[in-house]
Design a protein around this ligand. Structure first.
Ligand code: HEM
Length: 605
């Protein structure tokens, strides 16, 4: 799908869902004609009586719904969220369900295995296949949600399916029970399987006790004084560096690809913050950016591959797609290992460190230095994989979040005016935001949140049921079922959000805490929630708000006309062909006071 870069004057911005709605004919099967506004009520048994036991998903059978529910209630802080009486639904994860009309080819395959269900089961229509397999998967998943309701089964092959969740109640339930130390019902399942080639044993995909130990070791590195130091030493200087590049574009009158520029910015930031290493990707095309993109695209393709050839290492090394991915991983790992080696030499030379709670080396506040100084017993491969988890998780996500925030602001001039007014008011003549400034940049923070609501990165989260479970609403989940929480659908769900498709930063309010999963009761979950919530959420928000403040204070942006800005996914929502903008220096801004020579010197490759 694509949408025009310039909506008519006064338009609230991209209206993604309405564009999708025009194309609803592709989604066919809706038992009993149920619509998305209501929770589908499911009958308990099918007239054919088949239980479709041929898949690993359904092996092990169902536990008694109420027993499962009781166990789950025990670990909820807010037990009233869980309605034990309303558990009549049935989902059979055998890969297919009952269809009233001619099923699509994927469902057809699924039915060969005898799967049956009275719950909504969607058919993959031919026009959706490109989105489902390696395109913008989340868009097809949204389209089905509009027809099939907040919980449905999406068959993806003869023996595989996703139970897709699009409402806050079920998302909260699954996220809170993911790797939960009291009762871990869900794990990372497929996502761990398909991204192991990239993350190895890194804590972003590891599970159970191993994951818990590594997360406990790594997350203290992101303490408050570290974040404060990052604002002044990394976020703000890196954004000024981007400004030098923007100035060259402004003075030459050449359009610039803001998606590429912002993704380079965030790679530079995360490189310095995690490794104290300057990738300097703003100065030239970094093969590492492409490598990370290739590797993440491969993980998504693996998740939807009908024939998982990647499970056969001997064969997969001859396939160009797999070869490219493996080469990318080799490059990413080699860079990471080199950085660890160099830092270790410095830490060893220091002898016994002053390590303690909130430790920060003044000359090198990086996460790597923190972890090495802690002198914890950890193998260098484990350290590499953990740091790589942070590098990959923190780079593209924040780059995409900034890209869409800028896009939305440019498309909504009244919001842009408010944003620039706030920046000028808070920062005055000062070029570098401080922690105090960050705390006052409330409207910019809300713009970032609203951008993350409309364009969440990643748009879907994957889990697998390690035990039988029952979702709020009564949907039974058998052992082994793959579950997809569509953050995109929760954020675009019209039953959850008023004017869900419009960019309205004000919806969160100018007072009170910054929106997160807890204070919105899982309506807003861009950083996930529960035990596996993002460890870099504060880091990311600070980085993005500081970058926007520094950039918007100096430049005006407009989208290059007649540009089709489509969407696709790796791990985040990307444009299909970049986001080209014209840049103009604001009168009286810092930019206009810098000479062309100075600018060229800063931005020279
Ligand atoms: C706007 C930017 C960001 C967004 C939208 C985002 C979003 C997310 C989400 C949704 C998850 C959960 C994935 C899941 O449950 O399957 C996650 C996990 C994670 N994020 Fe972020 N993230 C962002 C920035 C960052 C940054 C800057 C870092 C590090 C500096 C980071 C590090 C991580 C790590 C290590 C995990 C795995 C945590 C675990 O499994 O225990 N993220 N992120």
């Amino acid at each position: 799908m694509s949408f025009a870069a310039r909506p008519p004057a006064g338009s609230p911005g991209p209206r993604l869902a309405s564009a999708l709605r025009q194309d609803q004919g592709a989604v066919r099967l809706i038992p009993d004609g149920r619509r998305s506004s209501g929770r589908p009520k499911c009958r308990a048994a099918d007239q054919n009586g088949s239980q479709g036991a041929a898949t690993s998903s359904s092996a092990g059978g169902m536990q008694d719904a109420e027993k499962v529910a009781e166990a789950a209630v025990g670990i909820y802080e807010d037990e009233e969220d869980f309605d034990v009486d309303d558990m009549s639904g049935t989902i059979d994860a055998a890969g297919a369900g009952k269809s009233n009309i001619s099923p699509g080819w994927l469902t057809q395959l699924g039915r060969l295995w005898g799967g049956e269900s009275d719950c909504p089961v969607v058919n993959a229509a031919p026009e959706d296949i490109q989105d489902l397999l390696g395109g913008a998967l989340f868009q097809a998943v949204f389209k089905y949600f509009q027809e099939a309701g907040p919980v449905y089964l999406l068959p993806t092959g003869p023996v595989s399916s996703f139970l897709v969740i699009s409402n806050p109640e079920c998302a909260k339930h699954v996220l809170k029970l993911s790797d939960n130390p009291k009762r871990g019902v869900y794990n990372k399942g497929l996502v761990a399987e398909v991204s192991q080639f990239l993350f190895g044993d890194g804590f972003a995909v590891a599970g159970g006790e191993h994951w818990r130990r590594r997360r406990k070791a790594v997350s203290p590195a992101l303490h408050r004084s570290y974040l404060e130091a990052m604002i002044e030493r990394v976020f703000s200087p890196s954004a000024h560096y981007l400004n030098a590049k923007l100035r060259v574009a402004a003075r030459s009158g050449q359009p610039i690809n803001m998606e590429a520029s912002l993704t380079q910015l965030t790679l530079d930031v995360v490189g310095k913050a995690v490794f104290n290493y300057d990738f300097d990707s703003l100065k030239g095309d970094s093969p590492l950016i492409q490598a990370v993109y290739n590797a993440l695209k491969e993980t998504e393709q693996r998740a939807t591959d009908l024939l998982p050839i990647w499970k056969l290492p001997m064969i997969s090394s001859f396939i160009p797609r797999q070869k490219k991915a493996l080469e990318s991983v080799q490059l990413i790992r080699a860079v990471t290992e080199d950085l660890i080696r160099k830092c270790k030499v410095m830490v060893d030379a220091e002898g016994d460190s002053q390590f303690g709670e909130g430790y920060m080396n003044e000359s090198d506040p990086s996460v790597l230095r923190f972890l090495l100084a802690s002198r914890e017993e950890v193998t260098s491969t484990q350290l590499r994989d953990d740091l790589l988890s942070m590098l990959v998780a923190g780079h593209e996500t924040t780059g995409s979040a900034l890209t869409w925030a800028l896009y939305l602001l440019v498309q909504n001039p009244d919001k842009m005016e408010k944003a620039v007014e706030e920046i000028n008011q808070v920062m005055g003549d000062r070029e570098n935001p401080t922690l105090a400034d960050y705390q006052k940049l409330r409207y910019i923070t809300l713009c970032m949140c609203e951008s993350l609501r409309l364009f969440p990165h990643p748009p879907v989260l994957l889990r697998r049921a390690a035990q039988a479970d029952v979702l709020p609403g009564g949907y039974k989940v058998p052992v082994g079922q793959d579950v997809m929480i569509s953050i995109y659908n929760v954020h675009h769900n019209p039953d959850v959000w008023e004017n869900a498709e419009d960019f309205i930063p004000e919806r969160f309010g100018m007072e009170g805490p910054v929106p997160n999963e807890s204070n919105t009761d899982y309506k807003f979950i861009p950083f996930s929630g529960g035990p596996r919530k993002c460890v870099g959420d504060q880091f990311a928000l600070m980085e993005a708000v500081v970058a926007l403040a520094v950039i918007l204070r100096e430049f005006d942006f407009s989208i290059v006309p007649d540009q089709e800005i489509g969407m696709t996914t790796g791990a985040t929502i990307h444009t299909t062909n970049g986001l080209y903008m014209n840049v103009v220096e604001r009168k009286g801004s810092g930019a206009s006071r810098v000479s062309t020579e100075e600018t060229l010197e800063m931005a020279a490759p």
